[in-house]
Design a protein around this ligand. Structure first.
Ligand code: ADP
Ligand code: NI
Length: 216
């Protein structure tokens, strides 16, 4: 099978897989991450088959879908990749992306492959900018959270446990996580897109607070 055919087959597989998944993480998030990863990949030096497969399969591993079991996603991805006539090396590299992509696993020490760097940037970019704003309020609404509450200040630092339990208003999520993503980009291309999207979030927050105070 050639590159095109493998990617088409993978899209079909992932789209079908998300049919049964909860909202919030949907096929269209994966689709955007795939497109952004392709865009970044064109400007960086990387194996595009690994980038595209990693992007398409990256959220299958999310342990939220598997009662916290982090080994199920990579296994599902591996079983699928084994049916696509790929080399063991390629499969290993794609599964490595799926295992290592999460925000929560950032330890700053492990070596990242160029392909992982690209997919991770594309995933983080989808959490910021206009789409990031939309996703944050969608998530907050889904969890029944307030949009903002001036009496609940964002925490400047949180442990992993606190982050997971955190029930604060959605605006706080910008300070807890979203405004920090720009400085966590791996690639030059990712960083430059992030700067643009970051400025948009700052503009959004500025407007939000002016309106909140009745000044606009
Ligand atoms: P990932 O895309 O890394 O799997 P998450 O599952 O943590 O990210 O989040 C999915 C989407 O929901 C992201 O856009 C994220 O910003 C948003 N989100 C996660 N936690 C919160 C929160 N506490 N408040 C608002 N939005 C959130
Ligand atoms: Ni994702």
């Amino acid at each position: 099978m050639n590159h095109e055919m493998i990617i088409d087959e993978t899209k079909r597989f992932v789209r079908n897989w998300f049919r049964d998944a909860e909202g919030g993480h949907d096929w269209w998030h994966t689709f955007r991450v795939w497109r952004t990863a392709r865009h970044i990949g064109e400007k960086e030096d990387a194996n595009m088959l690994i980038v595209e497969l990693g992007a398409l399969l990256h959220d299958i591993a999310d342990s939220k879908f598997h009662e916290g079991d982090e080994s199920i996603g990579p296994r599902i991805a591996k079983d699928f990749l084994n049916t696509q006539g790929l080399s063991e090396e390629t499969i290993r590299e794609v599964v490595d992306i799926i295992i290592n992509i999460s925000f929560r696993k950032e330890d700053g020490e492990s070596q990242k492959s160029p392909e992982l760097k690209i997919v991770q940037d594309a995933d983080r970019l989808d959490a910021i900018g206009a789409i990031g704003v939309a996703r944050a309020f969608n998530y907050g609404g889904h969890k029944g959270r307030e949009i903002y509450n001036p009496e609940t200040k964002p925490k400047t630092s949180m442990s992993k446990e606190e982050y997971k339990k955190n029930n604060g208003p959605t605006i706080n999520h910008f300070y807890d996580k979203l405004l920090r993503l720009k400085d966590m980009m791996n690639t030059r291309t990712g960083k430059s897109i992030a700067e643009h999207r970051h400025r948009f979030m700052e503009m959004f927050l500025n407007e939000f607070f002016k309106e909140w105070e009745g000044r606009l």
